[in-house]
Design a protein around this ligand. Structure first.
Ligand code: UGA
Length: 395
């Protein structure tokens, strides 16, 4: 980053990055003293990976909190931006207080942006949640966020524990919403209904809402899986049996593997010697992030079953290569289809939505598509002579 390079792919980030460096507002350092010089607000945006037991590992956050105490020179607001379990703000405060010689406040300020639309989500948040009981910190945070909430979206103040809990509740609820639709989809397949229609039919009810109702091959990414697991662990720690969370985790694990038996059945029980084309490796479009991506688990299973895989993703191939070197990575989506026996789709990149179906049909050895993201209309696929399996719609 000191060289002016962004190590991840995130649309729109380059513009902000370059402009703010050029205007001398943005600098990078690995020196903590330099990093906080003159800062009124210090954001802790550190990773909280899952521990062996599923709880969030706080070593990075508390490590920095320990380092901060002795070097604070003036009052500052220390902001927990990372997703951290209930009670972390208190731990951070205690770690800093051990060695601090000046006043400071610790506030919890969870982030709700999505990868792939991070800049837009951050600039125009539905709401900003700030957990603090300090009036002084509250004023600083109000001033900080004022430019981002001009359209009247609220900054919601609450105590720290509630703010920490809000983040887990939001992600877990969204994961639950998706998982519920995935189960409705599974049932639709059995009763002969179409999950797209159900989505439209229920999403128009403002109490339910249109968003995050898309059934598919399961949720992935660095947030939902980790946060649902961490909230389940918190529940256990506090002696509460959070049954819906347990179901969400179990159903999602199965959903990610949902297409494999269908592919195997199609090829009479054996994938040995078959070549399967894969479109989409990232856990969602507009990102190169492959953490908990359904594609990876499926590719591993295809390889274990003796299949060959030819893959294409617009952004994520370099990352996958590091984990799964021995599949064929292609320069275009069509190249992946050349001589493949079937196509599987795991990410709804927009460029996969309107392909040249005739070309697809010519390249594939068999005109069969297993679509984990419901990209195509059933009629369109029928007209083009494809055998088409998707999620929650008739085959
Ligand atoms: C998620 C939340 O949406 C953000 O609000 C939150 O700030 C972020 O986690 C975080 O905790 O940092 P993100 O993981 O970037 O954001 O991506 P989402 O857009 O939420 O998608 C997560 C997964 O759900 C993806 O695998 C996606 O394909 C899947 N999904 C999403 C569905 O299967 N169906 C849907 O209708 C929506």
């Amino acid at each position: 980053m000191q060289k002016g390079e962004i190590p991840i792919y995130e649309p729109g980030l380059d513009v902000l990055f370059d402009r703010n460096i050029a205007e001398d507002r943005l600098k990078f350092t690995t020196n903590i003293v330099e990093g906080i010089e003159g800062a009124e607000v210090i954001f802790l945006a550190l990773p909280t990976p899952p521990d062996e037991d599923g709880s969030a590992d706080l070593k990075y956050i508390l490590g920095v909190a320990n380092d901060l105490g002795p070097i604070l020179k003036d009052y500052a607001v220390i902001v927990d931006k990372s997703t951290v379990p209930v009670g972390t703000a208190e731990k951070v405060r205690a770690a800093i207080a051990k060695n601090a010689t000046v006043d400071f406040d610790v506030v919890s300020n969870p982030e709700f942006l999505r990868e792939g639309v991070a800049v837009e989500d951050f600039m125009k948040p539905d709401r900003v949640v700030v957990g603090t009981t300090s009036d002084r910190a509250k004023k600083v945070m109000e001033r900080l966020y004022a430019p981002l909430v001009r359209q009247g979206n609220p900054v919601i103040f609450m105590d720290e524990r509630s703010a920490e809990m809000t983040k887990y509740a939001a992600n877990s609820f969204l994961a639950l919403k998706i998982t519920f639709m995935n189960e409705i989809a599974n049932l639709c397949e059995r009763v002969g209904a179409n999950v797209d229609d159900i989505r439209r039919g229920i999403g128009t009810d403002s109490r339910i809402g249109k968003r995050f109702l898309f059934a598919g091959i399961g949720y992935g990414g660095s947030c939902f899986p980790k946060d649902v697991q961490a909230l389940a662990k918190t529940s256990i720690d506090y002696g509460y049996d959070f049954r819906t969370l347990k179901s969400v985790m179990a159903v999602n694990a199965d959903q990610k593997k949902k297409l494999l038996p269908i592919v195997e059945d199609y090829f009479q029980g054996s994938l040995a010697g078959k070549t399967i084309a894969v479109w989409g490796l990232a856990f969602k479009p507009y990102t190169d992030d492959i953490r908990e991506a359904p594609a990876l688990e499926n590719i591993e299973a295809l390889l274990a079953a003796g299949a060959k895989v030819t893959a294409y993703d617009p952004e994520a191939m370099e990352n996958v290569k590091k984990q799964i070197p021995d599949i064929t990575y292609c320069h275009t989506a069509y190249a992946a289809l050349d001589d493949a026996d079937a196509l599987m789709i795991f990410t709804e990149w927009p460029q996969f939505r309107t392909p040249d179906f005739a070309k697809m049909g010519k390249l594939l050895k068999e005109k069969v598509v297993f679509d984990g993201r419901n990209l195509y209309e059933l009629n369109t696929m029928k007209e083009h002579g494809f055998t088409y399996y998707s999620i929650g719609r008739e085959a």
